[in-house]
Design a protein around this ligand. Structure first.
Ligand SMILES: [Zn+2]
Length: 456
């Protein structure tokens, strides 16, 4: 099966040029000018549009248990949303439950995803227990193409690991070609602030943000960077939200440390104004780290321009309002997380490219090319001969209104309800197969395959 993507402007992390792209089977086989459409079985129209490598969202939580409930989106609904929004691969977090082996955690997530995904998928592994056996087993996890491990300095008693555990996991990952992801918030200190706030009767959603101050993100970001440097492992700070944490990353990178960091769309376009909305509305914006003051936005955009932030991912973790209402009596019981896998490209183009914060090439770099390179997805994130034909025909004039009424995610609200965006995907291909045609999802569950990632 040969597909010709015709008449578009190829937009990559480095180049912008008019060209046709020929897809043979699952890969890109040729890029050039004025290919004869008769050599293809199918022609996809890209006139007036950009041809970009499919988006890669390296931070999602699908079918994940949290606080006595499970996310609204599973691997079927979440990935249909991904596809229609132009994301053709994602990396979800498998979790080693307490008392489980690493392999049991990984097997559980393989079962959740197998046969359901609309786009390609990979896993990170969250380690909740570090002991001799688990340290040993890390190499077999890496051999299976799961080359990144995430540890938490937050959520004591649930997901948090102490510094000695994290340091040992870091050293081991460094030895075996793995990467360490860190959720950097000082959980034990936050827990005290939360307990005191609840005791004072401060139960509204906005206190979720007030009890998680940005200083308590900056501090563990610094601490984890120091440990990682000593452990000789690259470290990746997930969902960075604030100036304090970014300053630590910037300083470490200036010293030549192997430190990477991502931010998420919600941290550059939403703020404490949203979580402070009246009534229970703010619960829609309860995630961790929390919404920050708007004064952080220019710092995050600066980081995205200057490459101190290399990646934008969503931390997609969706709960319906009925689930959020578990926290009506106290913000500390609101399930943490926001939906967004469908809207990452919409929001970053509109608020990044259209508003002049980043170039179109940088948009491709932070949404696709850098995630592929940092996480060892060698055939993805590029428009190049031999690369996987994960391609989005990105139409800069295809207006779209974001709404829970029309999105494909299985969640009953959108953090961006009613927002107008000027660009959206016209067509989407996953390894050569068209899954979105003229803005409509035409794929099937199971189109997406597991991606074995390389060592870092
Ligand atoms: Zn997360």
């Amino acid at each position: 099966m040969k597909t010709l993507i015709r008449g578009g402007t190829v937009l990559t992390a480095t180049d912008t040029y008019v060209a046709d792209v020929l897809v043979d089977g699952e890969s890109i086989s040729a890029i050039g000018a004025h290919f004869n459409p008769e050599q293809a079985d199918k022609v996809v129209d890209a006139a007036g549009a950009y041809v970009i490598p499919g988006g890669i969202d390296v931070h999602t939580h699908l079918d994940m248990p949290f606080g006595g409930t499970t996310t609204a989106d599973d691997f079927a609904s979440g990935t249909r949303g991904a596809a229609i929004g132009g994301t053709t691969s994602f990396v979800d977090f498998a979790i080693q439950g307490r008392g489980q082996t690493l392999q049991q955690g990984l097997d559980t997530w393989h079962k959740k995803a197998d046969g359901k995904c609309a786009v390609d998928y990979a896993f990170h592994l969250i380690m909740t227990e570090v002991n001799d056996q688990n340290l040993k087993d890390m190499s077999s996890v890496v051999d299976q193409g799961v080359t990144s491990f995430k540890l938490f300095t937050a959520y004591p008693g649930v997901l948090m690991s102490d510094d000695p555990s994290i340091f040992q996991a870091m050293r081991r990952a460094g030895e075996i070609g793995g990467l360490i992801g860190i959720h950097a918030e000082n959980g034990p200190a936050i827990d005290i602030l939360v307990r005191e706030a609840i005791a004072r009767g401060e139960t509204a959603p906005k206190y979720h943000a007030i009890t998680r101050p940005s200083a308590l993100e900056g501090e563990p970001t610094h601490r984890m960077i120091v440990l990682a440097q000593l452990a000789k492992v690259p470290v990746y700070i997930v969902h960075l939200t604030c100036q304090e944490a970014l300053d630590e990353v910037t300083a470490a990178r200036d010293r030549g440390y192997k430190v990477y960091a991502e931010t998420c769309p919600q941290y550059v376009v939403c703020s404490t104004d949203d979580i402070g909305k009246p009534g229970f509305e703010g619960a829609k914006y309860v995630c961790s780290p929390p919404m920050r003051d708007k004064s952080n936005w220019p710092h995050l955009w600066r980081g995205l321009r200057s490459n101190d932030l290399q990646v934008v991912a969503t931390d997609h973790c969706s709960f319906n309002m009925a689930q959020k209402e578990m926290g009506l009596a106290g913000f500390n019981k609101i399930p943490n997380g926001m939906p967004g896998i469908e809207n990452r490209l919409h929001v970053m183009w509109e608020h990044g490219v259209v508003k002049g914060e980043i170039s179109p090439n940088r948009f491709v770099e932070i949404c696709s090319t850098n995630p592929a390179q940092i996480f060892g997805m060698e055939k993805k994130g590029r428009i190049a001969v031999g690369a996987d034909a994960d391609i989005v025909v990105w139409d800069p004039n295809r207006k779209h209104t974001i709404s829970a009424k029309t999105h494909l995610m299985n969640v009953d609200y959108s953090a961006y309800e009613g927002w107008q965006v000027s660009a959206s995907p016209r067509h989407v291909l996953v390894r050569g197969k068209q899954v979105v045609a003229d803005g409509k999802y035409v794929g099937q569950a199971g189109d997406g395959q597991f991606v074995k990632r390389g060592r870092v």
